[in-house]
Ligand binder design. Structure first.
Ligand SMILES: Cc1ncc(COP(=O)(O)O)c(C=O)c1O
Length: 363
């Protein structure tokens, strides 16, 4: 439709609308000019793994040696490496829904069985320890937690994470903690890394994070996993024998991101918060939809049950009739919802919301 010149408003984006901060680009370009163009150690250059270990200590209270860290092609690749390193064929992995859409597919690639556990809006779209325990079978090997969450915008409180991790450790179930939206948090929310909450959780938890969302570096393909010592070698071996290292000069950009000033991250998050506030205020006056005030990320999940449309029908009609693009929740394992992204400029957001209002009125 765009190619035909139709004015589409895109509220579907899964990446920051900002450019990568200049000092990060300069570090990568400088290293390229200096000829930093060869293979690096497959898990990443030592100074970057050290910077990641320092960050995890300072921000998250986590003690990892650089040798436990594998820098990968984004948090996505880091998750896949963990699944390939830990799952035996038929192992079950519990995934709370709505989920980030690659989790079940990655579990299948690793010969595991995704077990989808629906959550409820009244629980903040978060899995409860009871739901978790109920979904467990003798084949359960892992649970995937994602806070702040895509597509929910929800953030798990410390006590919630602790309660879930207690259920996991009782049965020796691994935890994959995807913390990629850690820095995009609003109001007084605090991010907790599950591995930091109790010494007993640490050996069972893989902490995944990266540079894509916080530093607007999605195209650079830079993420990492911090693994417990017993698993770090396997994660590293999988990467070493598949992709080898992440692009050499991109790693220098990541190093600058972690060692440089962090005000760019705060400025972007403030802007997401401003847009979130706008969206929440406007959407509150619309009928037929329900939602929770996002606590983090740049997404807002609309519950559309009252419209009696499936999420695909809702998204298709909104696109056809109002030229607004959003993502149907079926992609995230929940057909009662659709996801709006506010990783877009304020003017587009305003126009998109206006059109959405008109669409809902007509339904
Ligand atoms: C929850 C979640 N995890 C991981 C990723 C992947 O991040 P990356 O671009 O670093 O691979 C995304 C990207 O949308 C995401 O939403």
């Amino acid at each position: 439709m765009k190619a035909k010149g139709i004015d589409i408003i895109n509220l579907a984006s899964g990446e920051p609308d900002f450019d990568t901060p200049e000092f990060i680009k300069a570090a990568a370009m400088g290293s390229l000019d200096a000829g930093f163009t060869k293979y690096t150690p497959s898990s990443g250059i030592p100074e970057l793994r050290e910077a990641v270990a320092d960050k995890l200590k300072a921000d998250n209270g986590l003690a990892y040696e650089p040798a436990q860290i594998t820098v990968s092609c984004g948090a996505k690749h880091a998750c896949l490496n963990v699944l390939l390193a830990t799952l035996e064929p038929g192992d079950e992995v519990i995934i709370p829904a709505p989920y980030w859409l690659s989790y079940p597919e990655m579990v299948k690639i690793a010969d595991g069985e995704p077990v989808i556990v629906p959550t409820r809006m009244e629980n903040g779209f978060k899995i409860t320890p009871e739901d978790f325990a109920e979904a467990m079978t003798p084949k359960t090997r892992m649970i995937i937690l994602n806070s702040p969450g895509n597509p929910t915008g929800s953030v798990y409180a410390r006590e919630e994470l602790e309660a879930l991790a207690r259920v996991a450790i009782e049965e020796d179930i691994l935890i994959l903690s995807d913390e990629i939206y850690e820095k995009i948090l609003f109001d007084e929310q605090k991010h907790w890394s599950v591995a930091s909450l109790d010494a007993a959780f640490y050996p069972l938890t893989f902490t995944v994070n990266g540079f894509s969302k916080a530093y607007a570096m999605t195209g650079w393909r830079l993420g990492y996993v911090a693994s417990p010592s017993w698993a770090a070698g396997a994660v590293e071996a999988i990467q070493s024998h598949s992709t080898s290292n992440v692009t050499s000069f991109a790693q220098k950009g990541a190093l600058a991101a972690y060692r440089g000033p962090q005000d760019c991250v705060r400025a972007m998050t403030q802007e997401y918060a401003r847009r979130r506030d706008y969206l929440v205020t406007e959407l509150s006056s619309f009928s037929k939809i329900h939602f929770l005030r996002p606590q983090g990320t740049f997404y807002l999940l609309l519950e559309i049950g009252e419209t009696r449309l499936s999420s695909t029908q809702f998204a298709e009609r909104l696109l056809e009739e109002e030229k607004v693009m959003i993502i149907p929740g079926i992609a995230f394992g929940d057909d009662r919802t659709v996801r709006l992204s506010y990783a877009t400029d304020m003017e587009s957001l305003q126009r998109g919301v206006e059109r959405l209002g008109g669409f809902l009125k007509r339904l």
